[in-house]
Ligand binder design. Sequence first.
Ligand SMILES: [Zn+2]
Length: 402
Amino acid sequence: MDYRKLYSEIMILPVWDTHNHLDGSKYLCAQSFWDIVHYFWFVRELEGVGYPWVAEAMEMPKKERAEAFAKAFDIGRNTYWNQSLRQMLKDLWDVEITDSKSILEADERIAETGQRRGWAREVCERFSINTITVNRISDNGLQDMEDIVCIMGGCRLPGARQLQEIQKSSDQLTIIKQEAVKIKSHLVDLFNKGFHVLRVQPPTGVDIPELQKSGNKIEDIDEYLKHYLFRILDENKAHLQIFLGMEAPAEDYEPRTKAHRHYAVNDTRRIADIHDIFDMYSQCTFEIINAAQLSNLDIVQAARIYPNVVPGGLWWFNFRASTYKETMQYRLEALPATRCTLPASDARCIEWCYCKTHLVKRLLADFLWDRLERGWLDHELAIYVAREWLYDAAARFYRGLK
Ligand SMILES: [Zn+2]
């Protein structure tokens, strides 16, 4: 048994990508080099070493932009994302980025594959990405991928502005009841169409506010409707994706820079505070996609208590080698492999789905090899864990086979 053997076996295991933003209405495959490298989460590494903010970069002549990119990309060559991106450019377009010329060459090749029918499927096949979970399918773009797409439902509750409008009314209760009817009919429609996986945000606590005809607080209206929604989800045994650990800065502050200012929050009470919700809606499964490093262990602990808690993908700031390896150990040592999902690419184009899947598979191979060498696993067990985390567990949850 050697590392290369385990690595190659993991590379061909099927993958269920549990979260991304592919929809085909804009583009499914990257249409240019810039569609890939300006991925909002990657480009920060370059902006930090002198590459202009994306909007400004796009106004520069292509050659000048390519020069600025080559310089920043070279400075940042130590990061894992930088290395993964280089690997992908080599694998998919046989280009090595060394200077502006190679960038313009990559740009041409990417423009060609962007128009090539079947390219998205080909990219998925490279790493056995068998299923991608998307938020919606637009009228074009994903039709010929239907067999590998899993569509997730959603339910939009009244947002901040709408809640303010409701609060201004002298008969809040009537409007709130109308909103509840809309929620119910939307969900009934989804369940009738066979959806049972939804992306939603949970209520804050277990107390359901008793609303009055008027004078209710915005937080109480919001909480009431969330509980209304969750009662229906519970009755229908829905599988829920919930996203935790990320916050946005206050909207009333006028930023001086064009930096992407969302950040991860390591709130040490975040998971403990929703334990009651896991219990209250015990017929739902809660797949937690998490951006905050310090919640990774708490999520595994919650899954040891509640059979309906599913540790899921690592998201945004949590998508890094150190947190993956740490999280893999938390999960391996304490939870049956069938209880966790792992890949959540958050990709905006199919190529990032490839890039991130490659990184996750590589980290998984490293992690399992290390455990194997130390005698905690044998080869068969390592592959069983990898198979469950990459695909099988998600397939059961998403197909409603708990
Ligand atoms: Zn996302």
